[in-house]
Design a protein around this ligand. Structure first.
Ligand code: ADP
Ligand code: MG
Length: 233
């Protein structure tokens, strides 16, 4: 972290348990971490290690069952403010009745942007992701990888300060996956946004200067946030 970095998110001893009693599953256990503006973090770990749950809590979508999460830069949960945190979901998340362009434009309309501007912005970001030709198509006519890239476009169009991408390359072949990571890294730089990408792929993780790992709900941060800031400066 440098003098000019600000703390976007502060997690202190954060845990999340699904269910209760004998059915309880501790998905995230005692995570203490900070995300600073401009950080570039790869979050790796086996399936079921708690990555999605942690990212959902970081976005304010899921509450911690113990510990605290604060968003010092914004003073409150970023939920409901598309320009703060953009979460790219691991699973399908497009609205099935809307075209690709309408899906990307939708959160912009919610911020009060005019239809014309929102549609123009959506087309521009879809182009950036190589999807310019597909804007008029419904999600059911897209491949898994195309739908995932539309979901990425929907997040980038809102120009968030923190991008949380939950296995955004899971449905893509290696070449396409690298292309998507390039787009996310470039968008992060252009927007001045912080970026967290969860991934199973060590080659994708290697593209980011800071690598965190989860095992059984616990977070391991070799080098911590200071190392990443130093790598970027
Ligand atoms: P990852 O993203 O690393 O695969 P998850 O955060 O999805 O990990 O899951 C962590 C643990 O929490 C797993 O054991 C998973 O089965 C469990 N889990 C995730 N979501 C739910 C849920 N909605 N209800 C109950 N258990 C869940
Ligand atoms: Mg997951």
């Amino acid at each position: 972290m440098t003098d000019t970095d600000t703390v976007l998110l502060d997690c202190t001893e954060v845990s999340h348990t699904y269910g209760s009693g004998r059915a309880a599953v501790v998905a995230v256990h005692g995570v203490t971490a900070q995300l600073t503006s401009r950080c570039r973090v790869a979050l790796t770990g086996p399936s079921g290690s708690g990555k999605s749950t942690l990212l959902h809590m970081m976005a304010g979508l899921e509450t911690a069952t113990s510990g605290s999460l604060t968003w010092p830069a914004w003073g409150a949960s970023p939920l409901g403010f598309p320009g703060r945190v953009g979460l790219i979901f691991q699973g399908p998340s497009l609205l099935p009745a809307l075209t690709a362009t309408e899906n990307v434009a939708f959160p912009l309309l919610l911020t009060g942007m005019s239809d014309r501007h929102a549609t123009g912005k959506a087309a521009q970001v879809l182009d950036l992701l190589g999807l310019g030709e597909l804007g008029g198509q419904l999600p059911e006519t897209l491949s898994g990888g195309q739908a995932q890239r539309v979901a990425i476009a929907r997040v980038l169009a809102c120009e968030p300060e923190l991008i949380l991408a939950d296995e955004p390359t899971g449905q893509l072949d290696h070449h396409a996956a690298f292309g998507v990571v390039d787009v996310l890294l470039r968008a992060g730089t252009e927007l001045g946004a912080a970026l967290v990408i969860s991934t199973h792929d060590p080659l994708i993780a290697a593209r980011l200067p800071e690598r965190w790992t989860m095992t059984d709900g616990r977070l391991h941060q070799p080098g911590g946030t200071v190392a990443a800031a130093a790598a970027l400066s």
